[in-house]
Design a protein around this ligand. Structure first.
Ligand code: FE
Length: 284
C-alpha cells in the first residue's frame, strides 16, 4: 500500500522528437516545443535547440525583431551571442550563461553570434506571461556561468538556472510569474535523478545528449527529444549506457486563452493586431 511518505512518480506520457526548422535570418535548429506534435505546454510556448559547429548554420543570426507579451530565455551551452535592443540594453551571453528577458509591453532586439567559427550550442525557451503582466516594462535577468550554482549528486550534476531543488540549491533567475524551474542535468551512465516536481506544474525533459530510460512501454527518451511528464509529484529518471544530459523544465500553467501572431503572444486576436499596429507605428 502507498504510504504518506511515498509520492507518485510522474511517468513520461509523450515523447516528441526535435523537428528540424529554420528561424531568424536562417539559423538551423531543432524545434522541440511549438511544433505540430507539441504546440505548447502551458506556460511554455516554444523551445528551440541549436547545435552546430558549421558557421553557415548560425552566422545569419536573429537580426532586429520585436516581441510582446511573454519572456524569451536564452541559455548558451557553447559559444557567444551578442544581444542589443532598441532601449539601449546591450550584452553578451557566453558559454554557460543565461539571459531571461521579460519582453512585456515590447522591445525590438537582435541576437547575433559573436563568432564566425566553432561550436554554437544552446536553447531558446519562450515562457508565456499572465494577461495582467503582458504589458509590463521590459526586464532583463542576465547571469554568467559562474553565477549559476551547480549541485553535485551521486552520478549527477545539476545546474540550477531558475527555481529551487529539494536539496536547497536556488537558481539566480526570478521567474515568479509561473514559478518556473529550469535545471540543466548531466547524468553518468546508469545514474538516477530523482526530484520532486509540483503536482500542479506542467513539466518536461528535453534530452540533448545520450538517453534516459523510462518506465513502461515507451522505452527511452533519446537526444534530441522531449519527454512530457504525466501526473504525479516527482520525476525519477535513469541514464542509459551513454549517460544523459537534459533540461528539466516545469511551470504553473496559466490556463488563459493564447493568441499567437509571429513574435507577439497575447490573449486575444485584437491584442495581437494592436501589437502589429504599435510596432508599425514605432511605439515599441
Ligand atoms: Fe528574439
Amino acid at each position: 500500500m502507498t504510504t504518506a511518505t511515498l509520492s507518485q512518480t510522474r511517468p513520461v506520457a509523450t515523447i516528441v522528437k526535435g523537428m528540424p526548422a529554420s528561424d531568424g535570418a536562417g539559423v538551423r535548429l531543432l524545434r522541440l516545443v511549438g511544433q505540430p506534435k507539441l504546440q505548447m505546454l502551458d506556460p511554455f510556448l516554444m523551445l528551440d535547440h541549436f547545435d552546430s559547429d558549421k558557421a553557415d548554420d548560425y552566422l545569419a543570426g536573429f537580426p532586429d525583431h520585436p516581441h510582446r507579451g511573454f519572456e524569451t530565455v536564452t541559455y548558451m551551452l557553447d559559444g557567444k551571442l551578442g544581444h542589443e535592443d532598441n532601449k539601449g540594453h546591450k550584452g553578451v551571453i557566453g558559454t554557460g550563461g543565461v539571459q531571461w528577458m521579460t519582453a512585456g509591453r515590447g522591445i525590438v532586439h537582435s541576437e547575433m553570434p559573436l563568432q564566425d567559427n566553432g561550436l554554437m550550442r544552446g536553447f531558446q525557451l519562450w515562457v508565456n506571461l499572465p494577461a495582467k503582466l503582458k504589458m509590463i516594462e521590459p526586464r532583463y535577468q542576465e547571469f554568467e556561468a559562474t553565477q549559476i550554482p551547480v549541485e553535485m549528486r551521486d552520478g549527477a550534476t545539476v545546474k540550477v538556472v531558475a527555481g529551487n531543488t529539494a536539496r536547497g540549491t536556488s537558481g539566480p533567475v526570478q521567474a515568479e510569474q509561473v514559478d518556473a524551474r529550469y535545471f540543466d542535468i548531466a547524468l553518468q551512465p546508469g545514474a538516477t535523478f530523482d526530484e520532486p516536481v509540483p503536482a500542479d506544474h506542467n513539466a518536461f525533459l528535453a534530452v540533448f545528449e545520450g538517453g534516459l530510460n523510462v518506465e513502461g512501454r515507451l522505452g527511452t527518451v533519446d537526444a534530441v527529444s522531449v519527454g512530457v511528464l504525466g501526473p504525479g509529484e516527482r520525476v525519477s529518471v535513469t541514464a542509459g549506457a551513454k549517460g544523459a544530459r537534459f533540461l528539466l523544465l516545469s511551470g504553473r500553467p496559466l490556463g488563459e486563452p493564447v493568441a499567437w501572431g509571429g513574435p507577439f503572444v497575447m490573449n486575444t486576436r485584437e491584442e495581437v493586431m494592436q501589437a502589429f499596429q504599435d510596432f508599425n507605428d514605432g511605439k515599441f
